[in-house]
Design a protein around this ligand. Structure first.
Ligand SMILES: O=C1C[C@@](O)(C(=O)O)C[C@@H](O)[C@@H]1O
Length: 244
């Protein structure tokens, strides 16, 4: 699976809250054949409190999904996640994900201690874990130059794939996100992921091939953010818009 070639790839979030739910969702998600499953570990409180449990669940997920690439994400509360963690706890958790190779890729949020973020990126690469670096604004769409600055900053910090999600309040906001995406896509060698959320932003979730976003999140059952389409609708919409 190569990000940035052909149709945007499809990731499906797994938002199970217990091991049982997580494994049941893993089975359903694998059956829907996305390109990636995103395991949102901020939904799994028992695993966040107990590393051994988290590691054991990750092994069972691997047995359930086979070769399907897994992205492990702890989304902090500030950026739209479920559980509250302190700064050090968050960064330590991301390192636990990496050194135990709980997935093939890890989400690292941009806005944390820069020195540690850089160390984490280097460590991920030593463990052959792909770094998707992220930033989420659930309030608004930042100014175009701010979006561009953040995506480029992520690449500078060593991210393999910069990602930004934001909340539009108008069609102009969606255009701002799409225009920033188009410009950064032309400038950076890295594949990037962007989306505007909620109903207004849906167009940005299906038009990635046109504007330069390499992956979109679609749901099997529960969504993990507003505006996500079902995997079937997302796949169809991407195919309608395919560039030949
Ligand atoms: O970063 C993202 C994007 C997302 O917020 C979305 O809007 O689809 C969904 C999250 O699960 C994922 O980690």
């Amino acid at each position: 699976m190569v990000l940035g070639e052909g149709l945007p790839k499809i990731a499906v979030p797994n938002v199970g809250t217990s091991e049982e739910e997580i494994l049941a969702s893993s089975k359903k998600i694998a059956a829907a054949k996305p390109d990636i499953m995103e395991w949102r570990i901020d939904y799994y409180e028992a695993g966040i409190k107990d590393n051994e449990k988290l590691i054991a669940t990750a092994k069972k997920i691997r047995e359930t999904v086979g070769e399907l690439p897994v992205l492990v994400t702890f989304r902090t509360k500030n950026e739209g996640g479920v559980l509250e963690l302190g700064e050090d706890e968050y960064l330590d958790l991301v390192q636990t994900v990496i050194v135990n190779r709980l997935g093939d890729a890890v989400d690292v949020e941009l806005f944390h201690d820069e020195k540690r973020v850089k160390e984490i990126v280097a460590q991920a690469h030593n463990y052959n874990v792909v770094v998707i670096m992220s930033n989420h604004d659930f309030e608004k769409v930042p100014a175009k130059d701010v979006i561009e600055f953040r995506l480029k900053k992520m690449a500078e910090l060593g991210a393999d794939v910069p990602k930004l999600a934001c909340m539009p309040h108008s069609a102009d906001d969606v255009l701002t996100l799409l225009s920033a995406t188009n410009d950064v896509h032309k400038e950076l060698a890295n594949p990037i992921i962007t989306m505007a959320m909620a109903d207004l932003g849906k167009v940005s979730r299906v038009a990635g091939q046109v504007f330069g976003s390499c992956l979109s999140f679609g749901a099997v059952g529960k969504v993990s953010a507003p505006g996500q389409l079902s995997i079937e609708d997302l796949r169809n919409a991407e195919q309608y818009l395919e560039l030949h």
